[in-house]
Design a protein around this ligand. Structure first.
Ligand code: XIL
Length: 379
């Protein structure tokens, strides 16, 4: 059935969402620099096709960056809700539901929060002529001077202040993001840069969920992570954690599968197996950050993609959405969110390899519908 808007094609089964960059919903958007890092002119952000695509094809939205803690929690009693308000306004105007990403995460947390005196800790200036050497876990730990009690107060204050403002607008909240370690599939520690776990201990996860339950009484509470569908050990690690949390009565009700996957991996059967494993535990599943990269490894050099490759991507999206339909009809899968709108602004153009253009989404760099979009709109 060919409908006008993408989400309509899935309306009876799950919501179709997109992560939006600030320029899409902030009419005053501007950047503090005049050129792109490779010396090109910046786009005219007001006249990009992304805005219209975002407003009509999706019935669920989330901020790609602006609701992360470092953007919102600027100091002890200093909250910046400017962009979050604009996101909510955009969603309401377009009749879209809204997610909150994210409350507790080892990344994109503000540095001041881990400092006893709330001092921002300026990062070493990046020198493009020198290779970037990330700080070691020991160096990071040495700067964590706040006490457990005080950090708990700060986190609790954050969760309740955000909830106070948005609890009626947010359908689901990523309460804890990426807490499983890739090394041993147990909880991430300071070895994998979690200052939360270093200072608060492992039970920061349950505390965050209990606070989130009070702060967002109407929202689904999500534990979100990547590679759960890709790596069996990682999803089993998540399952083990969830078994403990559920036994203790922790109010987590949804697993978020980020699903940053690629054109070949993982097999659809493994995606289905992952969704059903969490479904059997009585949990809901949301696909929170999906895209389908054209590259299957870091080693692949940048290239232009052929029509046949874009066809293959379309077929891959189709077969996965078919699986999503089944899992939605089983009552497990609730939403599918794509991590971006057009290929031009996908984070995959710089991750995991900087400056390697990818084409992982449904609209090309000009905002034109790709074969994947056409396929998903008509099956
Ligand atoms: C990414 C954004 O897309 C980038 O713009 C930003 O520079 C870094 O974060 N997992 C997550 C998302 O939970 O928040 C990340 O988003 C992608 C990986």
């Amino acid at each position: 059935m060919n409908k006008n808007f993408l989400f309509e094609n899935y309306k009876d089964d799950f919501r179709v969402g997109a992560a939006l960059a600030g320029f899409i919903y902030d009419d005053d958007f501007s950047l503090p620099w005049k050129k792109t890092p490779d010396g090109k002119d910046l786009p005219d952000f007001k006249n990009l096709p992304d805005k219209e695509i975002a407003s009509k094809h999706f019935n669920l939205i989330v901020a790609e960056n602006d609701t992360k803690m470092e953007h919102v929690y600027r100091g002890l009693n200093d909250f910046n809700f400017d962009r979050a308000d604009k996101l909510v306004k955009f969603g309401k105007k377009n009749g879209q539901d809204i997610r909150w990403h994210t409350l507790v995460w080892h990344s994109q947390s503000p540095d001041w929060i881990f400092d006893a005196d709330c001092k921002a800790q300026p990062r070493p200036k990046w020198d493009p002529n020198k290779p970037f050497v990330p700080p070691t876990p020991e160096e990071i730990a040495a700067k964590c001077t706040v006490s457990k009690e005080e950090l708990e107060r700060r986190l609790q204050n954050y969760i309740f202040t955000v909830g106070d403002r948005y609890k009626n607008d947010i359908c689901s909240v990523d309460v804890v993001n990426e807490c499983i370690s890739d090394k041993n599939f147990k909880l991430r520690t300071i070895e994998d840069y979690s200052r939360w776990s270093l200072i608060l201990g492992d039970d920061y996860i349950e505390k965050a969920f209990f606070w989130a339950k009070d702060a967002f009484p109407k929202s689904n509470l999500v534990i979100n992570d990547y590679n759960l569908e890709m790596i069996k050990g990682k999803r089993e690690g998540m399952r083990d954690l969830l078994e403990v949390l559920l036994r203790k009565g922790v109010p987590v009700d949804t697993v978020g599968l980020q699903m940053h996957i690629d054109i070949k991996n993982p097999p659809v059967a493994e995606i289905a197996e992952t969704i059903e494993m969490f479904g059997k535990m009585g949990l809901r599943v949301i696909v929170t950050e999906m895209e389908v990269s054209m590259y299957t490894s870091r080693e692949e050099a940048r290239r232009d993609f052929t029509a046949a490759e874009l066809e293959e991507q379309a077929e891959r999206y189709r077969s996965i959405f078919e699986c999503f339909r089944q899992e939605a009809r089983r009552g497990i899968l609730q939403d599918v969110v794509l991590w971006g709108v057009t290929d031009r602004f996908s984070w995959k153009n710089n991750f995991p390899v900087p400056n390697r253009p990818d084409a992982p989404l449904l609209f090309d760099t000009e905002g034109k519908e790709k074969p994947a979009f056409i396929r998903l709109s008509s099956f």
